[in-house]
Design a protein around this ligand. Sequence first.
Ligand code: SF4
Length: 246
Amino acid sequence: MSTTGRIHSFESCGTVDGPGIRFIVFMQGCLMRCMYCHNRDTWDTHDGKEITVDEIINEAKSYRHFMKASGGGVTCSGGEAMLQPEFVRDFFRAAQAEGMHTCLDTNGYIRKHTEVIDEVLDATDLVMLDLKHMNDEVHQQLIGVSNRRTLDFARYLAKIGQTTWIRYVIVPGYTDDEASAHLLGDFIKDMKNIEKIELLPYHKLGAHKWEALGLEYPLEGVEPPSKETMNKIVAVLEQYHSNVKY
Ligand code: SF4
């Protein structure tokens, strides 16, 4: 029987979550509590809708030619995809069997590293791992949980040589200082599996989702970083890695 998962939504022609044109599945549920979360409506693990791997792979297959021509594929994002590893594993296995590239967009908050986590990684061509802050105190303030599990997962990806992009969101007042960027650079500098560091400027496009849920947006008044700030962080990280983009 086809594995069932709980998803928030899917998008057929995404261009920002991995290489090329991508079919992106936004999984429902997340245990992090990022103050800047642009998908606030994905947090509740009981929300969203149920779908089987057969159903979602059939959807994805109809876009296969666009994806292939652009060097794209399928991405599992969220919410947090690794809360439903069986679904991701089976979806990725089915996608790879169809010749599609697979990308896992994750916050790396792995509660228990069981066999299924390795099975997901075996079926994953690219991991995009969010490293939100290296200082655990700031991490807990900004993200609501410790960074320990994510950093352990990053080390594990390096150990097994899993092709990985690091994503780092530049949030004014939290992650836009040079010292924080140096901490990140120092952490990843010897990790040979990292192909790229992608810097994402903080934006407020998801604020309306908080308001729609009757919640106060935690970063009200925080403006997106300037181009100068982004360039400053690029310059710091280029001291540690040759491929830093935003
Ligand atoms: S990890 Fe992603 S989905 Fe989860 S709270 Fe943070 S930004 Fe939102």
